[in-house]
Ligand binder design. Structure first.
Ligand code: U2P
Length: 239
């Protein structure tokens, strides 16, 4: 009987460990760290608006830090009572986020007379849609702080400028953009394109991958690159 009991306990234990692993693997596998080129939002059919603080500097800005699965799908809107967006936790984040994580969407005319984009609305949207799904690793303040630190660590515009790739409205090879980022960072980047109001393809977003542990400077090779939809050569719009 003793033998039987002691062999049952490890089986129960193994089942519990197995269940725990299933729960953890439901979480997410890695992050996409997505930076966008503002000029490629502003010259689209929809156009763009600037925050009350004015036109942001001519530089890449953060779009978001998105938890993802290795198969390319992603969790979203993992909202719960413990992780609802708290504006008061943003106070020391705001000055840095205004510079590096600005909003460019125009407000709905039905809701406001303002012509400014709303940074706080973007930050809340990114937290609600993506941040809440990595809450087990980064709580709200850490999520924004960590993402802004990533932005400070990788100067994409400087990397491109160093290699003669400038936001001058001319066309550049996507392969070359990928190559110079790989040389400077050590990692393959995802390049995402969109089209301007005349239908020209342009450089819209650059995506790097980050380890799910969110340890400092933990860029990794992407388990899967995001959809790109870029032709061989793309415009790098003026901003
Ligand atoms: O591509 C359009 C929007 O879909 C969301 N997206 C896309 C790819 C991906 O891997 N993960 C992801 O979240 C983004 O939504 P947003 O955060 O802007 O609401 C992306 O802009």
């Amino acid at each position: 009987m003793k033998m039987a009991n002691s062999s049952i306990i490890p089986i129960k234990f193994l089942i519990l460990v197995g269940l725990a692993n299933i729960c953890v693997s439901q979480d997410f596998d890695f992050f996409y760290f997505v930076q966008q080129w503002p000029g490629s939002s502003c010259d689209t059919k929809q156009g763009c608006c600037f925050p009350q603080t004015g036109k942001p500097a001519s530089n890449f800005t953060v779009h978001g830090l998105w938890p993802n699965f290795n198969n390319g799908s992603f969790p979203s809107n993992c909202k719960s009572v413990e992780n609802s967006f708290d504006e008061s936790k943003m106070s020391d984040i705001v000055p840095r986020a205004e510079t590096s994580w600005a909003a460019f969407s125009c407000p709905s005319k039905k809701k406001t007379n303002s012509t400014n984009s709303d940074n706080m609305k973007l930050w809340k949207h990114e937290w609600d849609k993506h941040g809440t799904c990595s809450h087990s690793v980064l709580h709200q303040h850490a999520y924004f702080d960590f993402t802004l630190n990533l932005k400070d660590h990788i100067d994409l515009l400087q990397i491109l400028l160093n290699n003669g790739i400038k936001p001058d409205g001319k066309n550049y090879s996507v392969e070359k953009i990928r190559q110079v980022i790989k040389e400077a960072t050590g990692f393959e980047a995802g390049i995402r394109c969109n089209t301007d109001a005349s239908g020209n393809s342009q450089l819209n977003e650059i995506v790097l991958c980050v380890d799910k542990s969110a340890a400092s400077r933990s860029f990794i090779e992407c388990p899967i690159l995001p959809d790109a939809n870029c032709p061989d050569n793309v415009e790098f719009p003026i901003f």
